[in-house]
Ligand binder design. Structure first.
Ligand code: AMP
Length: 279
């Protein structure tokens, strides 16, 4: 595995690969890697000739400065995990490498309604930050395929829109959510849960399963109300729990088309998100 920290050397290497006709699969991450991230690496290796993974904790997507400060950084452990798998290139840029010293601020993107809903509503500015970093990374890496997790459902829709806005040719592949044995969606933020909170944390997934199991029995607002009460009893403070179609349009009752249940909730000072594709 080759490690690059600068864009010039990375670009030169990627240029050589492109001239040799190799396809490139890109897995962007913020590090503190877990098997969820590694599943994206495996998916990339199955599809592309060369796998490039990036680790960059992007300051512009943290609406809460405390969250940024507390974000786990475990680069040595991340490198060890990547070395054991099929990653060919690791890109480890600094903030300066990504955004350029003294460069003008990155542009704002118009993501329309997607930016005002759910994560967008609760984390103002978050998706602008995601758009900025992804535009920069996609430009630097110039990959053929991009692998992202369904865990961040709304982020995938935002990045799809970004790819449209930038008019670049790249295939975005959405990969399933990897879970712990007790159902908790794997996340770098899980490292911040106290032992007591960690025991309670699978309650979020159980709430999604409960919603999925009772879809036909009552109007959605009643069902979601019950599931939210369960979450509160289990020690969570729910930010949202809703059922939507695959484009995040809210549904009030069962639909013949795709349905997704999505949630964000605080547990012991840690914000957890999860979702389940119901149909
Ligand atoms: P992050 O490091 O949190 O920015 O995540 C990097 C990528 O890994 C994103 O595309 C996430 O959606 C994806 N990811 C995070 N957690 C999981 C998981 N439990 N299962 C699958 N993919 C995940």
């Amino acid at each position: 595995m080759l490690i690059f920290r600068e864009q010039t050397s990375l670009r030169a290497h990627i240029g050589t690969l492109a001239r040799a006709g190799k396809t490139l699969g890109f897995v962007p991450t913020m590090g503190a890697l877990h098997p969820g991230h590694l599943s994206l690496v495996e998916a990339a290796a199955a599809r592309a000739d060369v796998v490039i993974c990036s680790i960059f904790v992007n300051p512009t997507q943290f609406n809460d400065p405390e969250d940024f400060k507390k974000y786990p950084v475990r680069t040595d452990d991340d490198i060890r995990q990547l070395l054991a798998g099929p990653t060919d290139i690791l890109f480890l840029p600094s903030v300066e490498t990504v955004y350029g010293k003294g460069a003008p601020p990155p542009p704002a993107y118009d993501f329309g309604r997607l930016e005002t809903l759910l994560e967008g509503a609760h984390r103002p500015g978050h998706f602008q930050g995601v758009g900025q970093v992804m535009a920069r990374l996609l430009d630097l890496v110039g990959a053929d395929y991009l692998f992202m997790g369904q865990k961040d459902y709304q982020q995938i829709l935002i990045v799809k829109e970004l790819i449209n806005i930038l008019n670049i040719k790249i295939d975005l592949v959405s990969c399933p959510i990897m879970r712990e044995a007790d159902g908790l969606a794997m996340s770098s933020r899980n490292l911040r849960l106290s032992p007591d909170a960690r025991r309670k944390a699978p309650g979020l997934y159980r709430a999604l399963l409960y919603v999925g199991d009772h879809l036909e029995e009552m109007p959605f607002p009643t069902l979601l109300g019950q599931a939210t009460e369960d979450l509160t009893r289990a020690g969570f403070q729910a930010e949202y729990l809703c059922i939507t179609d695959d484009e995040l349009n809210l549904l009030e009752g069962p639909s013949a088309g795709p349905m997704v249940v999505l949630a964000a909730a605080w547990l012991d000072g840690v914000r957890l998100i999860d979702n389940l594709i119901l149909r």
